[in-house]
Ligand binder design. Structure first.
Ligand SMILES: Nc1ncnc2c1ncn2[C@@H]1O[C@H](COP(=O)(O)OP(=O)(O)OP(=O)(O)O)[C@@H](O)[C@H]1O
Length: 486
């Protein structure tokens, strides 16, 4: 039956099919025969008590491989080219690589038992795998490598043959489709204890432990494209205590599916960017692990608390000082961040401020006073400097959102309505009267940052100095108040 079906399959798919006698083994009464089916240059061996049975086994073996154990082989004949194309596209030793990775994940010993059989048509190599305590069936091949790969394939089919067992789920966690092993993933080989942290428009971020270093990192997995490569390029040039530290990056063929979210590029990209992405690679960016709470959550949390208090004032200033310090450094390296907003400001594990998300960063290579021709509107409109909507702007586009952030750090904006009205006024340099009375010094600094004309806004270095003076004044006031209470 399987022989007839394989013939039909080969005819429909227009593939060359032939059978070869490989030889026989053993004494007369326990003699076994090996027949090899050669389909489109690929070999499938069968062993039986006679040649007929061996041929049948070879055909069955070919079918089970072609159908990957999940699809009725007869259905395959209607989609003639699908399976062989898949097969021929599998790189050499793919199943062996998969098995090695499987062993690492399961912490099981993998042992290959190899031997050579001599028959009338020459030597045949045999191999079977022992995974942990379990022995898997033997396979044969023309070379040791072929035999090993065929034997690994048998292990693969037995473990992941179209089921939804724990192993198959583990397989998914290893970032592969259930029925097709892929090249071992550096992410799953070098890291463990993956935990999903969050997603942006371009990918997902995971907490992961580097197994050799025994340290945790944040690994961002994004579809490769201009934005991500720009982010990596910039981050690798920046080393500052208020900027998320970048360590390294690498490319992989597939995304990570740890939390069973789709990591096809189409799921990661917005619809305007989905074209021609089926063969897109994935970029893995290894970064310093930060707290999952961003500055956005910090502000939201403060806004749920009763009144503006002196603690918020001090903490707000300290956060603003750290952001300005990071921005001063970014500008000194001739970069513009272009997307400063509370969601992109993280906290290090020791509480220090860390500027992240350099996806919109650009070079600021011109003379100090010159404006640059940029690539149109980028960034988040709520915080965006007015001139960023145009094509010409310079690093001062980073100062405007900083002004809004500093205002938000200090001032409680509870309702959506309040936020809308006050926000629009703030963008036009009009801060609430009560704010200017409560925070006169800060009011002055923030107003200077919100000038409509970029050239009127201070440089980050000047702001840093002004904020330092503000901190000293606050310190003096606090000491004075403490003295009075004593
Ligand atoms: N280094 C990190 N450490 C800890 N968590 C991080 C780190 N980087 C990012 N995250 C988390 O992952 C989420 C997604 O980050 P990502 O940079 O991909 O997108 P985003 O900045 O939120 O959005 P977008 O890229 O669309 O502007 C963040 O909101 C944050 O919660």
């Amino acid at each position: 039956m399987a022989v007839a079906k394989l013939n039909e399959y080969a005819q429909k798919a227009r593939l060359d099919l032939r059978y070869e006698d490989v030889g026989c083994d053993g004494l007369d009464h326990i003699r076994t025969f090996t027949v090899r089916a050669v389909l489109d240059g690929k070999t499938y061996d069968g062993v039986g008590k006679n040649k007929k049975e061996a041929k049948l086994k070879a055909a069955e073996n070919a079918f089970s491989v072609l159908s990957e154990g999940t699809i009725d082989p007869t259905e395959k004949t209607t989609e003639a080219s699908a399976a062989p194309t898949d097969q021929t596209s599998i790189p050499q030793a793919k199943y062996t690589c998969w098995l090695n990775e499987y062993g690492q994940q399961k912490r099981s010993d993998i042992r290959a038992v190899e031997s050579t059989r001599l028959g009338p048509t020459g030597a045949t190599q045999c191999c079977r795998f022992v995974v942990g305590d379990k022995e898997y069936p033997a396979a044969t091949g023309r070379t040791k490598k072929d035999a090993k790969e065929e034997a690994a394939k048998l292990v693969y089919h037995e473990i992941c043959g179209g089921n939804t067992t724990e192993d198959a789920v583990k397989e998914q966690n290893m970032g592969k489709s259930q029925n097709e092993p892929s090249i071992p993933s550096r992410f799953t080989s070098d890291f463990d204890s993956m935990e999903y942290l969050g997603s942006g428009a371009f990918g997902h971020v995971y907490k992961a432990r580097h197994t050799l270093l025994e340290r945790y990192y944040a690994v961002k997995v994004v579809c490769r494209e201009e934005k991500s490569l720009r982010e990596v390029g910039t981050l690798s040039e920046l080393l500052h205590c208020n900027i998320v530290r970048y360590y390294t990056f690498w490319m992989e063929d597939s995304g990570y599916q740890g939390n069973s979210e789709l990591t096809e590029c189409s799921a990661v990209f917005s619809s305007s960017q989905t074209s021609n992405n089926s063969s897109a690679k994935y970029l893995y960016i290894q970064m310093e692990l930060c707290d999952t709470k961003t500055l956005k959550e910090w502000i939201e949390e403060k806004n749920t608390q009763s009144l503006q208090d002196s603690k918020r004032r001090e903490e707000g200033l300290s956060i603003a000082q750290q952001i300005v310090s990071g921005v001063e450094y970014i500008h000194s390296k001739k970069h513009i961040h272009r997307d400063l907003k509370p969601e992109n400001i993280l906290f290090g594990l020791n509480g220090e401020v860390k500027i992240g998300d350099f996806g919109l960063v650009t070079r600021d290579d011109d003379d100090d006073d010159a404006l640059m021709e940029r690539t149109g509107q980028r960034g988040t409109t709520t915080y965006m400097a007015p001139e960023q909507r145009e094509k010409n702007y310079d690093r001062k586009v980073d100062i405007f959102p900083l002004g809004l952030i500093y205002f938000e750090l200090l001032w409680k904006l509870s309702t959506v309505h309040e936020r809308g009205a006050v926000w629009d006024d703030a963008r036009s340099q009009k801060l609430p009267e009560e704010f200017s009375l409560t925070f006169p010094q800060e009011n002055q600094i923030i107003e200077s940052m919100l000038h409509e004309k970029p050239e009127d806004r201070p440089e980050a270095s000047k702001l840093k100095a002004e904020m330092e003076m503000c901190a000293q004044t606050l310190n003096k006031q606090n000491t004075h108040q403490e003295d009075e209470t004593v």
